[in-house]
Design a binder for this molecule. Structure first.
Ligand SMILES: [Ca+2]
Ligand SMILES: [Ca+2]
Ligand SMILES: [Ca+2]
Ligand SMILES: [Ca+2]
Length: 514
């Protein structure tokens, strides 16, 4: 109730303060005076003549204006600066419609508002129009015009700015089809590594697209995950300060806007601590250094790929285990690449929302890359992060050393010794080689692991198959005994079905000489 009283009072005050046009305000020299925040009233006696209103602004702020419809008139509303440079032009409606702009950034000085009609047959000399203006502090507000990179509005790297997707078209562009755009510049003066997060709130009817550009006009990142009436988020955008970036916000669909509900663009700058990805990291050269035990990232926009660099700095043999956790609604893939970006192994064993695990991969001094992607290339989620973890442990004899998938990479094993390894990823096979210095009865023992039906195949040194044995059921062990001459032999271990794998439990394999 109090609120309505207040509003009524405001309307009454505005009514008292309204200015009437002179009847001859057809040029800037003859412009009628209007207070910033006041209402101008006039009639379009000759529908062809534009009405100029002069607004003398006393302090910095944002000026908005709305002109009410008159039957027959097709209004165009413009704003000019003191030198009659046109700053805004809105023409969103047809005959009888309102026109408005919101949040023109102004400094102390003179501005002009121009009410024009573009319907040549309009004839309504008596009905009054109302040109209502509002003047507000500019703090936290978008200051129009900022529809191009050149006119980008400087904003804080930590803050909120409020604006409207209105008008929908940029009538001052050379391109007659140009849509309205909102450009902001973020100037990070501090040196160091930072993460920039940007959130754009949801606005009914609008599907926003948010992009990041560098000052050379090169597009670095796009956020376009949400649909109509949804917001956008940009996460973990890596900043190497000092640096300057441009944010470009626009409505995806032509003609879609909303003069009633504003957007809030929120920016957040955090010191980079190595706990998350550093976007863009979509190629080897931009890989995020992965130094801690785990790191978080998101798949956004659709088709995002995330490269992480793992550096082994010691001259020794290690085993790398890596795991990427599940994300709602997504199936992630994990790949390991060498220092040049060549594929070493791809892990794609799990299903939707399941973790992907890379087991026991042999690494030595140098750089490796772990690459996380989403399987379909069509999904995106800036809110639910995945966690990529890794473990680098010293290799020792008795442990498998991948890759060992062929005779060329068969791992040496002494009779009497055992080796532990994984049947993973899908399609894995593990080759071992042993030497017999004299004729003997040899027993090959392979323990069982859950989900895998192991098979064991013995070859001579020409890789001719000598014997083969398979477990009866998944999880069961398998054994093979043969009398063998002196010589070199190879053994191939693999699941009966290449889809079988187990990243949790190791098998143990040994060669016994009786
Ligand atoms: Ca990412
Ligand atoms: Ca990426
Ligand atoms: Ca293996
Ligand atoms: Ca293998």
């Amino acid at each position: 109730m109090e609120r309505w009283k207040g509003l009524t009072l405001l309307v009454l005050l505005a009514g008292c303060g309204s200015a009437r046009e002179s009847g001859a305000n057809f040029s800037y020299q003859q412009a009628s005076a209007l207070k910033a925040g006041g209402v101008g009233v006039g009639t379009m006696k000759d529908a062809k003549d534009p009405h100029w209103w002069r607004v003398d602004v006393k302090s910095e702020g944002v000026l908005s204006a709305k002109v009410g419809g008159i039957r027959d008139m097709d209004f165009v509303l413009s704003a000019f600066d003191a030198d009659r440079r046109e700053l805004m032009r809105v023409d969103e409606t047809g005959v009888g419609g309102d026109e408005r702009f919101i949040g023109l950034g102004v400094q102390p000085g003179t501005y002009y508002l121009v009410v024009a009609n573009k319907n040549p047959t309009a004839n309504n000399p008596t009905q009054e129009y109302r040109l209502e203006t509002t003047f507000e502090p500019s703090r936290g507000r978008e200051r129009r015009p900022n529809a191009s990179a050149l006119t980008a509005q400087p904003i804080e790297a930590d803050g909120t700015v409020r604006g409207w997707y209105w008008p929908t078209r940029n009538l001052l562009s050379d391109d007659p089809q140009a849509q309205d755009e909102h450009w902001f510049s973020v100037d990070i003066q501090k040196p160091g590594l930072f993460l920039l997060n940007v959130d754009v709130s949801e606005v009914p009817k609008v599907d926003p697209i948010l992009e990041v550009y560098d000052t050379n006009g090169y597009k670095l990142q796009t956020a376009d995950s949400g649909g109509v009436g949804e917001g956008e988020s940009l996460r973990n955008f890596g900043v190497r300060g000092p640096a300057k970036y441009l944010l470009r916000l626009r409505s995806k669909y032509a003609g879609a806007g909303n003069p009633d509900v504003p957007f809030d663009l929120m920016t957040e700058l955090l010191p980079y601590q190595g706990r998350t990805e550093f976007e863009p990291n979509n190629q080897r050269a931009d890989a995020t250094p992965f130094e801690l035990d785990s790191i978080q990232g998101t798949i956004a926009p659709a088709g995002d790929v995330d490269w992480y660099k793992v550096t082994i700095s010691t001259d020794a043999k290690f085993l790398l285990r890596a795991e990427v956790g599940g994300v709602p609604g997504m199936e992630l893939t994990l790949a390991l690449k060498d220092a040049y970006g060549n594929d070493l192994v791809a892990v794609d064993d799990a299903g939707k929302e399941q973790p992907q695990v890379l087991t026991g991969w042999g690494v030595t001094k140098g750089d490796y890359y772990l690459v996380v992607a989403e399987k379909t290339g069509k999904k995106s989620d800036a809110r639910d992060a995945y966690t990529l973890s890794k473990k680098v442990t010293p290799w020792q004899s008795g442990l498998e050393w991948e890759p060992n998938d062929s005779t060329a990479t068969a791992q040496a094993l002494k009779p009497g010794d055992s080796v532990d390894g994984y049947f993973a990823p899908k399609g894995d096979q593990d080759w071992y080689e042993f030497n017999l210095f004299q004729k003997a009865t040899v027993e090959l023992d392979l323990t069982g692991v859950i989900n895998v039906t192991p098979t064991l195949t013995l070859f001579d040194q020409e890789y001719k198959e000598l014997a083969n044995a398979s477990a009866a059921n998944p999880g069961e062990p398998v054994q093979l005994t043969r009398e063998l001459d002196r010589g070199t032999y190879d053994v191939r271990l693999k699941p009966a079905d290449p889809a079988q794998n187990n990243v949790r439990d190791k098998y143990s394999f040994r060669v016994l000489v009786k």
